[in-house]
Design a protein around this ligand. Structure first.
Ligand code: MN
Length: 340
């Protein structure tokens, strides 16, 4: 997926993001320990612009662990709202594609040609540089899922291109069905290597179900609700909301308060201690780095390679903003609530 905004604004702390569109707001909650981050709708672009609900990054929060970007989309009619993103570059990050429904054809400059399907992790590493395209095949009528980005830590942010595929088994715990695609949860561990400790899992809760999940207390977590109303500890999240739980929490209690099944994605990791600069599809550490990545893409540099087999033109980079792109980091740390 590409951050295909026609005027991608600089992203920095305290700024309105995305070219003046209203940034997501933090809804006050009764419990100071859980923040509710609401989504804003962003067109993904391409010939058939698909709207996605973006909860990261936003004004009040840039990262949850190393997770730096969270787009949630669908359920869409594939014929009119499927994914169609021409070849575009990435640096300094990994992309995680996770579908609930649909089928997306992935091609990248490593030579990978893969079908992305529900319940299967597809993790692409675009450290120094990679390019890829993503197109709904049209064979499945509904397109529905998330795309998430992971910021690479300084020591590994020029990592070689890579593309990994993993299908986690479903784990049952209380009334929950859990698929752990990165990290460890509910007794299951993903074998996929990450450059910082991470958690990524899909959780499906039956009607009225409650599950208590032991989690790493050094991790902060985010629960992105896809469907249903899910109470996290003591805060109710509605569909498309991302509930942020600071580190210091050892048990995440989730309850499905809706009549049907609920589904959510749980993200986690230790607070990412580095400031990052995000612009378009690049994660770097300075404006100059971002400008160089843009120049390299526009010059068809070997840095990104060539996506073979895509029937069309690649995406041109938008113009850089006039102002220097400044680093982003999270707001000052809050102390977790003493009791919850
Ligand atoms: Mn992409």
């Amino acid at each position: 997926m590409s951050n295909v905004e026609t005027e991608p604004a600089e992203l920095r702390c305290g700024a309105t993001v995305d070219g003046g569109r209203p940034a997501g707001k933090t809804r006050p909650t009764a419990l100071p320990g859980v923040e509710v981050l609401t989504a804003r709708e962003v067109p993904l672009g391409g010939p058939r612009a698909m709207l996605v609900r973006r909860t990261l990054p936003q004004r009040s929060r840039t990262l949850i662990g190393a997770w730096c970007f969270a787009d949630h989309y669908g359920p869409n009619d594939t014929a009119t709202g499927g994914m169609s993103v021409p070849p575009h570059p990435h640096t300094g990050l990994q992309t995680v594609s996770w579908l609930f429904s649909g089928e997306i054809e992935h091609r990248d400059s490593l030579g990978s040609h893969a079908l992305i399907r529900p319940g299967e992790l597809n993790l692409m590493t675009g450290g120094h540089g990679i390019a890829h395209s993503e197109v709904s095949t049209g064979r499945v009528p509904v397109t529905h899922g998330v795309q998430l980005w992971v910021a690479l830590p300084d020591a590994h942010r020029a990592a070689a291109r890579n593309f990994e595929h993993y299908v986690p088994a479903a784990v049952r715990l209380d009334g929950a069905e859990i698929r752990v695609f990165l990290g460890s949860l509910a007794g299951d561990t993903s074998p996929v290597h990450t450059f910082t400790p991470l958690l990524g899992a899909e959780i499906i809760l039956g009607p009225g179900a409650t599950v208590e999940l032991g989690v790493d207390a050094s991790f902060e977590h985010g629960l992105l609700v896809d469907s249903g109303d899910v109470r996290v500890i003591d805060t109710l999240l509605r569909p498309a909301e991302l509930g942020y739980v600071p580190d210091g929490t050892e048990v995440l209690a989730l309850t499905n308060e809706s009549d049907g099944a609920a589904r959510a994605i749980l993200l986690g990791g230790p607070p990412f201690g580095e400031e990052i600069v995000m612009w378009w599809n690049f994660v770097g550490r300075s404006h100059e780095e971002i400008a160089r990545a843009r120049e390299d893409w526009e010059a068809s540099s070997d840095r990104f390679g060539v996506v073979q087999g895509y029937p069309g033109n690649r995406l041109p980079a938008p113009a850089l903003p006039n102002a220097t792109i400044l680093p982003r980091s999270n707001p000052p740390r809050r102390r977790p609530a003493p009791e919850r």
